[in-house]
Design a protein around this ligand. Structure first.
Ligand SMILES: Nc1ncnc2c1ncn2[C@@H]1O[C@H](COP(=O)(O)OP(=O)(O)OP(=O)(O)O)[C@@H](O)[C@H]1O
Ligand SMILES: [Mg+2]
Length: 264
């Protein structure tokens, strides 16, 4: 199935088979993920929801190649995960901006690292800053920004190289309600347009429903999939879909899946 409106979907398929992960800590071993099976189609927008500590960030870092796994197989576009893949944009839960670079330079950084800086880079950086509503802040130092502004810079930077896969770990959590809703819609429509395969980690069920094609509910101890809920709302998504009967039904299905996860 093709999810994106774009005729040439450039997103990549993400496949996880029997993935398990145990962290070794000072207190002994901590099983975090058990037997995760998941296939995400090219261009699909998927959200991970689940209680704090159930392994959402760990799962995203495994897909990004930042953390290893003990069992199973993972492929993105048929290739194993590897840190630094240019086709994967990753926005960490804690935004990590370079304090000695201003906003523009932070967004430009991926071009420099990938040796892809060219004559059109300043325009691309300006477009990205406009997208996240920070055109006015281009020359500010990153330590002058609010937490929400820092997250928006990190989002622009993750999109810089036009990745086929976007991984976002609670990217909107520091935003005020107004900017959050605005960016929810913007990012959902942008992912449609670009055809990226997108995974969003969020604690907001409403945000997950508004943005996603599918919601993966995770249970804790150890983290595992307890629900896989399709979101059959039409695209493009709009904020007036929030609160419709269909929207409520889907939200309730996610809540039901999660409460099963809490009990086990
Ligand atoms: N590098 C690490 N070493 C040891 N334990 C870790 C490490 N990273 C995470 N953990 C533990 O693994 C579990 C899952 O953590 P993870 O960050 O994946 O959860 P999460 O679902 O993203 O939580 P939250 O919603 O609070 O962000 C937690 O118990 C956490 O303490
Ligand atoms: Mg997390």
């Amino acid at each position: 199935m093709t999810y994106a409106n774009s005729p040439d979907v450039k997103g990549e398929t993400i496949q996880l088979r029997g993935v398990s992960k145990t962290y070794t800590t000072a207190k002994g071993s901590l099983p975090v993920l058990r037997d995760v099976d998941l296939q995400i189609e090219a261009g699909e927008f998927v959200s991970f929801v689940g209680p704090s500590g159930c392994g959402k960030s760990t799962l995203l870092k495994i897909i990004a190649g930042l953390v290893g796994y003990d069992e199973g197989t993972v492929t993105i576009g048929g290739q194993p995960p590897r840190e630094g893949r240019e086709d994967i944009g990753f926005m960490l839960q804690q935004s990590v901006l370079m304090p000695w670079l201003n906003v523009s330079k932070n967004v430009e950084l991926p071009f420099v690292i990938a040796r892809r800086r060219g004559p059109d880079t300043p325009k691309r950086v300006a477009d990205l800053l406009e997208l996240v509503g920070l055109s006015h802040a281009a020359t500010l130092n990153s330590w002058e920004l609010s937490g929400g502004m820092q997250q928006r810079v990190a989002l622009a930077r993750a999109l810089a190289l036009d990745p086929g896969v976007m991984l976002m770990d609670e990217p909107f959590s520091a935003l005020d309600e107004f900017k959050r809703e605005y960016l929810n819609i913007e990012v959902a429509q942008m992912a449609d347009r670009l055809g990226t395969t997108t995974i969003l980690v969020t604690h907001s069920i409403g945000e997950a429903v508004l943005m996603s094609d599918r919601i993966i509910a995770l249970g804790a101890n150890p983290g595992r999939i307890v629900g896989d809920i399709a979101v059959d709302l039409p695209r493009p998504r709009h904020r007036d879909m929030v609160g419709s009967d269909r929207f409520q039904k889907i939200s309730n299905a996610v809540r039901d899946a999660l409460s099963i996860g809490f009990e086990v």
